[in-house]
Design a protein. Sequence first.
Length: 151
Amino acid sequence: MLEVGTKAPDFTLPDQNGEMHSLKDYRGKKVILYFYPKDNTPGCTKQACGFSERSKQFLEKGAVVLGVSKDSVASHKRFEEKQGLNITLLSDTERKVIEAYDVWKEKKMYGKLSMGVVRTTYLIDEEGWIRMANGKVKAAEDPEHMLGELE
């Protein structure tokens, strides 16, 4: 996980509609950048729906929400449509951003070790600096927690 107080690595990734987004596009706004393992899984769905339900509140506080996983643009589009999401989901199939933000880690599930995205959320300020980093994210609680961080 990247340290609070460091410059957030810039990136350019496609969203669920194939449009490109760069971190520098959001200068002047706070960015909630959250990394999640997989579209349409229970925890990831709770987290995405929670952010989507509160999207207006995030905008009122001058923040945008960007979700990142290694799923494809097409997978993100299906996830968006199935869940009625209104947040931006970015596709990092090559894991360049996932690795730049240090969230590709060894995980243990059912006693088996594998590599995967560790659910992590960053708050990036208007100038592109990391102001909060949470590597112990509870999917269902993360959106409300991050809303509180914007106070």
